[in-house]
Design a protein. Structure first.
Length: 295
């Protein structure tokens, strides 16, 4: 025989189960809505790359009913008499060069701040961190005048030099926070074996800092590949342009906007960044969580 208390308990469990089911449905619907908003620009670019140029802007149709491949075929003809592969080669050179420079210089600076005690270390570290507060726009004019007097305009030196001088304080800070979490007993054991700072840095600290290094490499590659202001300031010849500058040529040439070719090249330009991110994304969360959140 069912007692009133048993019936009340059963009804409460059913009610709580129904509320949990409703919350789950609402949460999934909200996640799908956010996903649709995030993926909409990607789908728009994919669909626009298969549309004629005059049907891209102002058209409400997301995907074309009669897709064309003319936009991709025109990429093979080049832009402003420059092959499209030249823009990708230049961007890849700058991105890879930036990654190498950041990993080498910033890891060296981070090792000095994190593992070596010297006079004025805290003051220098504070000054370095304070550079993060300076807007990039403030530095544009003095940097341009400096490189102009050095006759380095229209070269890749202004875009790469800072990467090899540990000028990216964000990545130095990221690596410092990671290195501070490594046991100092490792350094002491290495010194007993006769290792100096260079051996400790190269053979012990760097292998243990792989998550932080890969995180820095991912951000550096993406930022360098997508950089537009830097190449716009320092590069004058189309054969030295990067992908971002090549996209600008679709609008500037003959005062006519080739939206079809621009959208097609935009989609192709996403592929290297996407492949680089997918190859190393499993280290991204680990590097960010273990480096940036430690006190």
């Amino acid at each position: 025989m069912t007692t009133p208390s048993t019936s009340l308990t059963s009804s409460k469990s059913l009610t709580s189960s129904g509320r949990a089911r409703i919350r789950s449905v609402v949460w999934h619907l909200g996640a799908l809505a956010v996903l649709a908003v995030i993926l909409y620009p990607v789908v728009w670019v994919i669909g626009g790359s298969f549309k004629p140029g005059d049907k891209i802007i102002g058209s409400l149709q997301l995907l074309p009913t009669d897709p064309i491949t003319e936009n991709y075929r025109r990429l093979g003809d080049g832009i402003a008499d420059v092959p499209v592969t030249t823009f990708f080669t230049n961007s890849l050179f700058l991105a890879v060069g930036s990654v190498i420079g950041v990993l080498f210089s910033c890891s060296l600076a981070a090792y000095a701040f994190a593992r070596i005690r010297f006079a004025g270390r805290n003051v220098l570290f504070t000054l370095m961190i304070s550079t993060l507060l300076l807007p990039f726009q403030i530095l544009i004019i003095p940097q341009y005048i400096l490189f102009q007097k050095m006759e380095l305009i229209n070269t890749y030196v202004p875009l790469l030099l800072g990467k090899y001088l540990a000028a990216d304080a964000f990545f130095v800070f990221l690596m410092v926070q990671f290195m501070r979490g490594l046991p100092r007993e490792l350094d002491e054991a290495a010194r007993l074996d006769g290792c100096g700072h260079l051996r400790i840095y190269w053979n012990i600290v760097l292998p243990l800092c792989r998550p932080a290094l890969i995180t820095s490499a991912i951000f550096t590659f993406i930022w360098s590949w997508n950089d537009f202001i830097g190449p716009l300031l320092y590069l004058n010849e189309p054969d030295k342009y990067t992908v971002s500058m090549g996209l600008k040529l679709f609008i500037d040439q003959d005062s006519v906007a080739d939206y079809g070719g621009m959208v097609a090249m935009s989609l192709v330009a996403l592929l290297p960044v996407l492949l680089f991110f997918l190859a190393f994304q499993r280290y991204l969360v680990e590097g960010a969580s273990t480096s940036g959140l430690k006190g």
